[in-house]
Design a protein around this ligand. Structure first.
Ligand SMILES: [Zn+2]
Length: 366
């Protein structure tokens, strides 16, 4: 993600911060400063400087606590064999980037529950500190405990993609399977988001923003699961364009440009004696002298895919590496090329069949 800064890694998990978070830290510090105790520090009998410091400290502590909430998800995931790419902290908290959604209900429930459990634990510890009644420490602890409890309970709302929605999906998938469970939890998530947004119109505009975030998240994850479900069943070899146009390292930039104009393709595998040695795209030859041979400007770190890989693997690689076309390579030889357009077409064709099947199934059972 471009709009986020990597700040380090814990337990082998990359941690990034979305730039919006800096604004959120300021806003939240301000909110704590103007809100009365026990939700903030405005009416406490301390000097202004101390109240400002308390607000900033609580705001930063909460940020760290959100980070550890997310780390709980990631570490629980890792322990259960789910690849974790990293954590991005952003405006509404954090997002753990699990490489894939665990389809085993038990794993999903445990991973989803670990975050709120951590927040509750932090809340309990700080509430205990509050009970010790050591003046300023006690007041800070109470406010901090409150927000950790809030974080836990908010995340437990069964609105997909919040943790609660994931727990719900876990329970549902035990009975009706992962795909249907995703659909139903996403629909419930959207419904809750809608009600929350409506409620927000009259109560608090922040709720509208949060509802919007839940709605979009539910929608996106539902789509992703459907895409995965459809593309997993298709092999690259069945959707690729076979006998693709290739160029050799001696082909000049001028010839490649002419080829692009003619074929409207923006990238070609570079092949030397039947073996793939690189890839050349429009970006590589922009502002390059026309007579330069392609071998000098091509990219040698070619990302390829095997013909028997699933179309979903191709989809994932394209998304991760930000490329639109992948040479399909079998024993170093280019046997085809698969593009985003091929994937979209497949989705369109199979996606339509899929909904058709669903409708037929419903008609039979209903
Ligand atoms: Zn969580």
């Amino acid at each position: 993600m471009k709009s986020s800064l990597r700040i380090g890694s814990i337990a082998g998990i990359d941690i990034s911060v979305h730039i919006s978070l800096i604004a959120v830290l300021f806003l939240f510090s301000y909110a704590l400063y103007v809100t009365p105790y026990p939700y903030g520090f405005s009416n406490l009998p301390y000097s202004q400087l101390i109240r400002i410091s308390l607000s900033i400290l609580a705001s930063i502590s909460l940020f760290i606590s959100v980070l550890f909430h997310e780390l709980s998800h990631s570490i629980t995931g890792k322990r259960r064999g789910v690849e974790v790419k990293g954590i991005v902290l952003f405006i509404f908290g954090g997002v753990s980037m699990l490489d894939r959604i665990p389809e085993e209900p038990k794993k999903e429930i445990e991973i989803a529950f670990s975050g709120p459990l951590f927040s509750i634990a932090v809340g309990v510890v700080f509430y205990a500190l509050y009970l010790l009644q050591v003046s300023i420490l006690s007041e800070f602890s109470r406010v901090f405990a409150m927000y950790n409890f809030f974080l836990a309970f908010f995340n437990l709302i069964p609105a997909f993609p919040l943790d609660g929605g994931r727990i719900l999906r876990g329970f549902l998938s035990k009975r009706i399977g992962f795909i249907k469970a995703t659909k139903i939890s996403a629909e419930i998530g959207k419904l809750i988001a809608f009600v929350m947004g409506l409620f927000g119109l009259f109560v608090n505009p922040w709720l509208i923003l949060i509802a919007f975030f839940i709605y979009m998240g539910a929608n996106e994850e539902e789509k992703l699961v459907m895409v995965e479900n459809v593309l997993k069943r298709v092999k690259v070899i069945d959707i690729m364009s076979s006998s693709p146009i290739t160029v050799s390292p001696d082909t000049s930039v001028k010839e490649v440009l002419q080829l692009m104009l003619k074929t409207k393709h923006l990238g070609y595998p570079v092949v030397d004696r039947d073996k793939i040695v690189g890839i050349v795209t429009l970006r590589d030859i922009t502002n390059v002298d026309e007579d330069v041979p392609v071998g000098e400007v091509m990219r040698k770190d070619v990302i390829t895919i095997a013909p028997l890989a699933s179309a979903f693997d191709a989809f994932k690689i394209m998304n991760e590496k930000g490329v639109g076309r992948l040479p399909v390579v079998y024993e170093d030889r280019v046997v085809g090329i698969v593009s985003k357009t091929d994937l979209m077409r497949t989705l369109e064709i199979l996606g339509i069949q899929e909904s058709f099947k669903e409708v037929q199934k419903l008609a039979k059972t209903g």
